[in-house]
Design a protein around this ligand. Structure first.
Ligand SMILES: Nc1ncnc2c1ncn2[C@@H]1O[C@H](COP(=O)(O)OP(=O)(O)O)[C@@H](O)[C@H]1O
Ligand SMILES: [Mg+2]
Length: 355
């Protein structure tokens, strides 16, 4: 379990100061896979480094399991090596002059918690087997691929049998195909071992694929915490919604129980007292057909472009001069550029953000 309360970290460089972590509260449950998601500069790495003890916050508290590891206002600070954490970084941070075995053994064979050689051997073997590198133990690290080097880094973090695993964009140096493979391995491994994980990324697909829960961060603050599908379908703000995936957005005004937009009145769940509203709908929720269904929120539209993407087809549509993007896995025959079509915006798929 990781518990963070009212955490603040300010960097001062000359006259300027940056509130890198600005009052963060969060709790990662035992065995949970928790992802911090945010743009570059939003404070993810700083927050992770505070948990690791590599950064000293100005205020707040951090608990790992039942131990307070940092409470600056009470002058309490537990050093990184006494925090029972494993850490994996973006750069593999493996030592090139060592073999795979030596890299993983390094943190076990030195320092205060140094283990006897036989135990080191056993632990390294187990960790390498976990990441499927058992056969490569004696190989010098430069003779490994990027994906294998990152697995060495993961094995090294796991070999200390940490209570929590901290990972900072560990996939970003891998190419696209390998990234998915290592991503799924990380998820399986942490779940099999039942290890509590705090993982940082700026990639929303990666976050959704890995996380039990996600915290979306912006400017040192947490905007929303939730399960991937809840954040995706029910974002509390436009910024969270936009962050998790593409959305069509329209501005409108509330009038007679509907929202008046440039292409017509749209029915949706209108919050009490709202007058100016932004409506949003994800492309895959927009329904496109050659025939009218006679249902509410149905509008005439034209297909400006059809983009075939293999598993899905995307349509760029125009409705009375407004642009709309739709995506579908099962396209009706005869939907092509230039076609006149009907577009439906299902009421339960429309997200409503008061302005
Ligand atoms: N050592 C540092 N000194 C000064 N500013 C820093 C330092 N580390 C990070 N920052 C600033 O803190 C903010 C958050 O950075 P960071 O935690 O690295 O964000 P992220 O990991 O989300 O990209 C940024 O504005 C960054 O420039
Ligand atoms: Mg970072």
């Amino acid at each position: 379990m990781i518990s963070i309360h009212a955490l603040k970290k300010i960097f001062r460089t000359g006259k300027d100061s940056v509130r890198a972590v600005d009052g963060v509260d969060l709790r990662v449950e035992q065995k949970e896979f928790f992802v911090l998601l945010g743009l570059s500069g939003s404070g993810k790495t700083t927050l992770l480094r505070c948990v690791a003890g590599l950064e000293k916050p100005e205020a707040g508290e951090i608990h790992l399991a039942d131990h307070c590891v940092n409470a600056p206002e009470r002058g309490w600070f537990v050093s990184p090596e006494d925090r029972a954490i494993g850490m994996v970084f973006q750069s593999y941070a493996v030592w090139p002059h060592m073999t795979v075995f030596e890299n993983v053994a390094f943190p076990l064979a030195r320092g205060k918690r140094k283990l006897p050689p036989a135990r080191v051997k056993e632990r390294v073997k187990r960790a390498l087997d976990l990441v499927q590198l058992g056969a490569l133990a004696d190989r010098p690290v430069p003779f490994l691929s990027g994906g294998q080097q990152q697995r060495v880094a993961l094995a090294r973090a796991l070999a200390v049998e940490p209570q929590v695993l901290l990972m900072d964009e560990p996939l970003s140096n891998l190419d696209a195909r390998l990234r998915e493979e290592v991503r799924d391995e990380i998820r399986n491994l942490t779940k099999t071992l039942g290890i509590t994980t705090l993982y940082v990324t700026h990639d929303q697909v990666e976050a959704m694929a890995l996380a039990d829960r996600i915290a979306v961060m912006s400017q040192g603050k947490i905007l929303q915490i939730g399960r991937p599908r809840d954040l995706y379908h029910f974002p509390q703000s436009r910024s969270v919604g936009e962050f998790l995936g593409a959305m069509n957005q329209f501005e409108g005004a509330v009038h007679a129980g509907a929202v008046t937009t440039t292409f017509g009145a749209i029915r949706c769940a209108i919050p009490e007292g709202a007058s100016e509203i932004t409506l949003a709908i994800r492309p895959e929720d927009v329904y496109v057909s050659r025939t009218a269904g006679g249902e509410i929120n149905e509008f005439r539209a034209q297909i400006a472009a059809q983009i075939f993407l293999g598993d899905i087809t995307a349509y760029d549509l125009t409705i009375k001069g407004s642009k709309l993007r739709a995506k579908t896995t099962r396209a009706e025959p005869g939907l092509e550029a230039g076609s006149d079509v009907y577009v439906r915006l299902p009421v339960d798929k429309i997200k409503v953000f008061p302005r």
